[in-house]
Design a protein around this ligand. Structure first.
Ligand SMILES: Cc1cc2nc3c(=O)[nH]c(=O)nc-3n(C[C@H](O)[C@H](O)[C@H](O)COP(=O)(O)O)c2cc1C
Length: 183
């Protein structure tokens, strides 16, 4: 698939199923991430791959987060939160580590990790896989980050869910005139 076709036909999958990316595909996807534009070549991206049973690490952390925030949450609702981690065979947690000494502003480092995430999405799409880019409260929770082995100062940019599209999404129609500001 050429790059323009990949960009213009990309959409979030509505439902993902097995199989997830195989090790070679995962390597291709992670390598694509590391080719994103990145001011100062600081490589601010960090990845935590949760495959198969490892997804329960995130699922349990999500349940614990919900019960910590709202202890009155019914157990079934808290469990439902944790099941989000099971909606794809593989999750790549994509984080920005913005602490390397440099004058490059933090926002630029985070944006670089956003670009890396898009590269991953496009690589997955080009490989015939589906993806969903999610964040939510868990992305900003210190304890969830610690459970994933991330530093408190790391910024989670994406939970990138990867798998086989059981129900693919529809690429959106865009109206350029809504976004191009005329002089
Ligand atoms: C930084 C970021 C965080 C997002 N977080 C969520 C999320 O938590 N839940 C969600 O449903 N969509 C989230 N989205 C949006 C979807 O991933 C998706 O891109 C959007 O719904 C548009 O659909 P499309 O990807 O099919 O064009 C996020 C997107 C970005 C860029």
């Amino acid at each position: 698939m050429d790059v323009l076709t990949a960009i213009n036909s990309r959409a979030s999958a509505i439902r993902l199923t097995e199989p997830g990316p195989n090790p070679e595909q995962l390597k291709t996807i992670l390598t694509a991430a590391t080719h994103a534009p990145d001011h100062g070549r600081l490589s601010p991206w960090r990845f935590v791959v949760l495959d198969g049973p490892d997804r329960e690490i995130l699922g349990k952390a999500m349940v614990d987060m919900r019960l910590r925030e709202a202890p009155e949450t019914p157990a079934a609702d808290a469990e439902r939160e944790g099941l989000k981690a099971m909606r794809a065979p593989t999750i790549v947690v994509v984080a920005a580590r913005t602490t390397a000494p440099s004058k490059v502003p933090e926002i630029e480092r985070i944006v670089a990790v956003g670009a890396a995430t898009q590269n991953m999405f496009l690589a997955a799409h080009a490989l015939g896989l589906g993806a969903m880019w999610k964040t939510g409260d868990a992305a900003y929770d210190e304890k969830v980050k610690a459970t994933l082995g991330l530093d408190p100062s790391d910024k989670v940019v994406a939970f990138l869910y990867l798998g086989t599209p059981a129900s693919p999404g529809t690429p959106r129609e865009t109206k350029l005139e809504d976004f191009v500001i005329s002089k």
